[in-house]
Design a protein around this ligand. Structure first.
Ligand SMILES: [Zn+2]
Length: 570
């Protein structure tokens, strides 16, 4: 036996000697070696490197070019020249609504600048025309769009049904509002959804009427929009596969190699399960069933199968919601909103989604299941409510590790941070609000509270390892813009929102790579460029750690690589 092995070694070194005098043995030969540009490892022990080797979807070595080539460069190794570009770990999305990407992948993107073209009515109509022409949408077919933001429309000139009718007399057109709580529609779409002059505005709803008439003028919001949402048609099996690929490509374009589905109902889990079985996944997807649907999901995917990827899909844990949104005045606070409630209520503080007793039972149930918990909380009272529920679930015993992440955590009070440290709870922040909603937060909550939203600096200084998220489709899937917002905290109007809570570009990058990998319990395989980890990589046109910090938003994702395979190239 010993002799045979020695002979084999001699033979293989002879073969090697014949063709590659200084090359590695074949088992060490990399599929590719990346070098020739900045390599940001996000590994504190070796923060930069000259070369990264990739073999069978993993990283066998990171280090100096000489060492990596000596040990891993063979005849079949592809030398990838970064040509001065920057290599970083693939981004892990800490919170978004992946399942929505399946739909919006087939829709026209109309976000306001800098995230999209929707700066005024003319640009919106032009983009819709281009989209319909590019996609060859036939007469009679629905044209769908998303990201409409009336806050940026100049001179109060908002999009209405006449604008859409003039451009699309033969197609129903539905332009969804950026909040996902409403849409502007043309006449054919209004007809399709049965909304007319005779439709009464329901309580909590908005139907904007043509001036001086009862005719709907296009915009339908909140409870008036619910019947429209309910009429959404189910995907066909072929669409599930096709749209899964298209949706995941939106993530890949943003450099995301692990996507987050942040509140899944049974039907959505079933869609993801079928698409997975059909081999449609391009990147990894982690889904968190909503607490009220957990028992149904367990019948579909037993607890024993949770937490483990099957063809790039896994159930990551359970989602619980504590309150609503601060800009919608539905987040729960300990002090009143300055501008009153959504219906003009006085002394309005918002309310918990579920009464405290129910929230306690929900959190305890997840603890009992022994799976990670992600919990939506925005207002400081909802964070107090979460801490109460957490303490109730733990019942005095804080020894057992439990992976818990609060999602948004926007109005975290400074005095609440020590509890997060003590309980080892990870806040996931939403620094994009310093850009998109700062003015609304100032009006609702005052300057001081608005300046302290998503206090990432204080959290890191206290020893926490927070993550950062887009909440896509509520904000655009733009990880570099998210990074920019964490580093700069500048509002849409140009105001600085809490400069003392700014983080460094490297800290901002950690919040979307290594710390996000910890959120998924995947820090041993993802989140940094280290030997042994998956070859999930992103090539950027510039190094966000070296450029002027206000320029970070302009950094482009050039290529996204999932386990050694290019899944997106600009
Ligand atoms: Zn969300």
């Amino acid at each position: 036996m010993k002799h045979a092995r020695a002979t084999a070694t001699v033979l293989s070194s002879l073969v090697l000697f014949a063709c590659a005098p200084s090359g590695p043995n074949p088992e060490q030969t990399a599929d590719a070696i990346y070098s020739g540009g900045d390599i940001v490892t996000v590994n504190d022990k070796m923060s930069t490197a000259e070369a990264v080797a990739v073999k069978e979807g993993r990283i066998p070595a990171v280090g100096s070019r000489r060492d990596v080539e000596k040990a891993h460069k063979g005849l079949a190794t592809k030398a990838v020249d970064l040509a001065g570009k920057t290599l970083v770990p693939g981004f892990l999305d800490a919170h978004s609504h992946y399942i929505n990407s399946l739909l919006v992948a087939n829709q026209c993107k109309l976000y306001a600048p800098p995230s999209g073209p929707g700066k005024d009515v003319e640009s919106i109509v032009a983009e819709l025309r281009k989209f319909a022409a590019d996609r060859k949408i036939a007469k009679g077919e629905m044209v769908m769009a998303y990201g409409y933001d009336e806050n940026v429309m100049p001179n109060g000139r908002l999009l209405n049904r006449n604008d859409l009718d003039a451009a699309f007399p033969d197609n129903p057109v539905r332009v969804d509002h950026v909040s996902m709580h409403g849409a502007v529609m043309n006449s054919l779409a209004l007809k399709k959804y049965g909304i007319s002059a005779a439709t009464k505005t329901p309580p909590g709803g908005i139907i904007v009427r043509k001036p001086g008439t009862q005719e709907p003028y296009g915009l339908i919001m909140e409870t008036a929009f619910l019947p429209v949402m309910e009429k959404a048609e189910a995907m066909t099996p072929a669409q599930e596969i096709e749209w899964t690929k298209a949706g995941q490509m939106l993530y890949a374009e943003a450099g995301v190699t692990t996507a987050h589905e942040g509140a899944s109902h049974l039907a959505q889990v079933q869609t993801m399960k079928r698409a997975t079985a059909a081999g449609a996944n391009v990147i990894d997807v982690v889904a968190y069933p909503f607490i009220t649907d957990v028992d149904n999901v367990l019948k579909e995917i037993p607890l024993s199968a949770w937490g483990t990827y099957d063809k790039h899909f896994k159930i990551g844990g359970v989602k619980v919601t504590m309150d609503g949104s601060p800009q919608g005045k539905t987040a729960a606070f300990t002090t009143p909103y300055l501008a009153g409630g959504p219906g003009g209520e006085k002394d309005w503080r918002g309310e918990l989604t579920f009464p405290q007793d129910m929230a306690n039972a929900m959190v305890k149930k997840v603890y009992g299941m022994g799976v990670p918990l992600i919990l939506h909380c925005n207002g400081d009272a909802s964070i107090d409510g979460f801490l109460k529920a957490y303490e109730f679930a733990r019942a005095g015993d804080f020894t057992k590790p439990w992976n818990v992440t609060t999602i948004h955590t926007q109005f975290l009070r400074k005095d609440q941070i020590p509890k997060f440290v003590q309980y080892k709870v990870r806040p996931s922040f939403y620094t994009l609000h310093t850009y998109y909603f700062a003015e609304a937060h100032i009006a609702n909550r005052g300057k001081d509270q608005a300046a302290y939203i998503s206090p990432m600096r204080d959290a890191i200084d206290a020893g926490l390892r927070p993550t950062n998220h887009t909440d896509f489709v509520v904000a655009p899937l733009d990880q570099m813009f998210m990074l920019w917002s964490a580093v700069n905290r500048v509002s849409r109007a140009g105001a600085v929102i809490g400069d003392d809570q700014r983080v460094t570009p490297l800290e901002g990058l950690k919040a979307m790579t290594i710390w996000a990998a910890e959120q998924y319990g995947e820090q041993d395989s993802k989140g940094s460029l280290e030997a042994g980890k998956l070859a999930d990589l992103v090539i950027l046109d510039k190094n966000p750690l070296k450029i002027e910090r206000m320029a970070i938003k302009d950094v482009k994702v050039l290529e996204t690589i999932k386990e050694g395979k290019t899944v997106y190239k600009r």
